[in-house]
Design a protein around this ligand. Structure first.
Ligand code: COA
Length: 307
């Protein structure tokens, strides 16, 4: 029963028309006075700023490691962001005087989160990362505090995030260090964390019913994709090609084009993964080699064609 997936029309890939800019937005100095959790940000001196990405200005900025706006992966994410910004999503970046943009946080009001969560009433963090050379200086904390400030401004109950211990998502350590608590876990290693401003507010939760939702995808190979993760374009094209050429299989490609669809996903990360015969065999973007290993070593499927 894939009706929830298929109900909303698939949005076409738009052509990239206007690059966007970041707008100088806040300095940590303003934030520092607002919340004494900002102790780590004492290290964040020397002209570091938080800048907000908008779709009105005209200059390029890196997106999840993709720097070239003429590339498909960049456009895929950028066009997704443009639409989501109209739904309240914000992207803020850490700008350093030496290297320019060095860190990224993306968050959205929880009822429109692209994760399989009930997070209405909270600001929800999709992604956060910091360039290696800037790690450990309190800048990740600065980005979280920027999100918390926006959550307060919006009158929300706090901030929520999904983390995992494995690859492809941020871990929970940074959040635990910044006043979050774990409220729920999901297999294999996902956690839902919250920092409440209002202690009596109901906690966010995972959508759950994972096994049941996976079975609803039925037999065969399904690739789940969405614009939220820029690695998805390559994943879809690599896996499709290998599935057809090596195994003689035609994958079903399910693109989530709304937060409602993503929230109904059969695992917390929701926006990028692979199912085979109703089993989730990849819960994050994977490449062709990993796909072949899953097919042959984990599922015992033999190549039917030479490649
Ligand atoms: C998590 C992260 C944003 C922290 O940035 P930062 O600027 O170093 O953060 P701060 O200096 O404010 O805090 C440092 C703390 O972050 C925590 N931390 C380190 N790596 C982490 C990770 N991968 N996940 C979660 N927390 C982490 C540690 O508790 C660290 O404290 P310590 O130095 O005392 O051990 C950065 O380490 C990162 O980008 N990691 C990769 C995240 C990722 O995989 N994102 C997925 C792509 S969307």
């Amino acid at each position: 029963m894939l009706s929830a997936v298929a109900q909303e029309p698939t949005e076409g890939i738009l052509t990239y028309s206007m690059p966007i800019l970041y707008r100088l937005h806040e300095s940590y100095e303003e934030e520092k006075t607002e919340d004494n959790r900002m102790k780590t940000s004492e290290k964040a001196k020397g002209g570091v700023r938080i800048v907000e990405m908008t779709d009105q200005d005209a200059e390029t900025m890196p997106l999840c490691g993709h720097k070239d706006p003429s590339q498909g992966a960049y456009q895929h994410k950028f066009q997704w962001l443009q639409k989501r910004m109209t739904e309240g999503l914000k992207v803020k970046m850490l700008h350093t005087p030496e290297d320019g943009l060095a860190g990224y946080i993306e968050y959205v009001p929880g009822q429109r989160a692209w994760r399989a969560v009930n997070a209405k009433g909270y600001m929800f963090i999709h992604c956060i990362y910091m360039q290696k050379v800037y790690k450990g200086r309190g800048f990740g904390t600065l980005l979280i505090e920027e999100c918390a400030k926006d959550a307060r401004k919006a009158g929300l109950n706090g901030v929520a995030v999904v983390t995992r211990q494995g690859t492809w998502m941020v871990g929970k350590e940074l959040f635990l260090k910044n006043g979050f608590e774990e409220v729920e876990t999901a297999p294999p290693d996902f956690s839902l964390l919250v920092r409440k401003f209002t202690t009596s507010a109901p906690a966010p939760s995972f959508k759950g019913r994972w096994d049941q939702k996976r079975k609803e995808f039925g037999k065969g190979l399904t690739i789940i994709t969405s614009g939220q993760c820029p690695q998805n374009l390559k994943m879809v094209s690599d896996i499709t090609e290998i599935a057809q050429d090596r195994y003689g299989i035609e994958p079903r490609i399910v693109e989530y084009t709304s937060y409602r669809q993503a929230q109904n996903a059969p695992w917390p990360f929701a926006v990028s993964g692979v199912l085979y015969d109703g089993k989730l065999v990849a819960d994050h973007p994977i490449g062709g080699t990993r796909f072949q290993n899953i097919m042959e070593k984990e599922l015992g499927i033999k190549a039917v064609k030479r490649r």
